[in-house]
Design a protein around this ligand. Sequence first.
Ligand code: AHR
Length: 629
Amino acid sequence: MKKIIKYLLWLSALGMSLLLLWFLAIRPWNPYKNVTQGVNKLIGFSQANLSEPWRITMTEEVTQQAKKYPDMRVIVTDAVDSSDRQVEDVRRLLSYGVDLLIISPTDSRALTPIVTEAYQKIPVIVLDRAVEGYDYTLYIGPDNQLIGRETGRYVSDLLGSQGGNVWEVQGRSGSPPTIDRSLGFREEIQRHPAIKTVQTVTADWLRDQAEDGLVSLFSKRPPPDIIVAQNDAMAYGAILAAKKSGVRDIKIIGVDGLEGANGGLDLLRRGLLAATFICPTGGKEAVNYAWDILEKKPGIPKKIYLRIRKVTPDTVNITTDPYVSLRHPRSNKEPIRLGFAQVGSESRWRITNTRSIKDAAKNAGIDLSFVDGQQKQENQIAAIRSFIQQKVDIIAFSPIVETGWETVLREAKAAGIPVILSDREVGIKDDTLWATFIGSDFLEEGRRAARWLLSYMKNHPTVDGQINIVELQGTVGSAPAIDRKRGFEMTLASHPEYKIIRSEVANFYFDEGKQVMRQILATEKNRIDVLFAHNDDMALGAIESIEAAGLKPGKDVVIVSVDAVKEAFQAMLAGKLNCTVECTPLLGPQLMKVIQDYFDGKELPTRIITSEEVFPAQIARSALPRRKY
Ligand code: AHR
């Protein structure tokens, strides 16, 4: 007995020492414990590196902005551009008990698993470089393809019709901003056959590397007319290389537009740079949203794209604050007057959208004038003009189609009334004509529908391996119809067995979906494998025609649509619909938040993309109770 007691005592002593060892050695020591005790909102900021000036500015913005909030502290880690180290940094921040993580990843792919892991525990804001998938709370960053396109446009303005040669200095190879800026740039340049991009130098976003690479290139090749660098640090490297190599008369363009010695704006003022594109770091926005997320405020989007601005030597001294012409702080205490021009009431989605806007305006104390455009662009234009006449404080509208808005938007701008695009975008290049866009990524919705279809058909192959698709399109010329079609086709492009055999317009209406599908079935009944409908209403209408034709929707014809309205879930539970891709109409709270931010003098991003999911039939039952529309 004594022996057993002795043995048990020995065992528990061993257990205690192991526990102590774990506590001291394995569980990381928290050096911030004293400073963060009692802090309600502890933010971990994992920065990719603190060697690039743009990232230093980003970090500075994060820490300075956090000081504006009571009870908020930030712990910053520097991964020194090593993905392994950044994974460790995130683990360490989690072990310190941070309430929210802000991360600007070194590398999208390498950081995705740890971001997913963190997101399972706390909210995560991804800054600048995205991660793969959607396992994060919010992404904030610039639209890098747009930066590339804008650079290309300026190059073509500078070179004119006679064209010329361009060298491109790229950031780190394989990183998303490098790829996207180059893609956008080349897409634009391709439209001008006289302009040739003859050399590409990879300089990892670093000045010295750009300088060395270009000195070597200048010694071997005739200099180009223009050097396009993907950031200002490398543009400065190009300036130094040209000087060293005795090269004159070339124009150099950068991106970032930072203040400070040798920043883009300084180089412009010294006449060394032809242009830069101010690319906000998103540091301030990340902290503002971190606060809102932790305060559980409504209206948190999934993605935010920040506004970029071109600055040239002519405009550098008048655009120190590039947002000043867009911001519109309001002094009086009267309720904000908002004019909203809606498309109409063509679908369940639209009816919910209208309700969401009206309810949110009421809850926010915003005085709303609402006009139903009844599916006519001229009605929407007339409504916007009447809002201008009434001198409302702000206008929002959901453009029925992408084109034809330029004149009325210019009238609003001339009247000093900001305009917000809600749900649908316009196809206008001058992005100063609207303050921001709030809505879905329709292109991604089309891609999601196609990705779901590809995975579903793997387990449900057709007899001959061919998959014949019927597509029901929304309103011709509308952003959702254009982009859903494009996204769907893009994803299926590398799968030749998938063929769209008929693509007809049914304008997002239930009745038209039913009628158009009936007509299609009259000739194609025996060869339709799949129906892709641009919204649930058209799919629900088509289901009735499919049944009337003696086929089983959801079995004989696989059906995928967009919106995720409750009736689509009921159809999935009845086995008649296979999948719906979410497009949320609940934009009201986000719209009111943005309006209030605007009148609080905050800088608005250029695009605010809502959070959305995909609902295949097998999860319809569990998801339905959570659905709000
Ligand atoms: O613009 C959003 C689309 O418009 C919805 O998907 C559709 O149902 C609506 O009518």
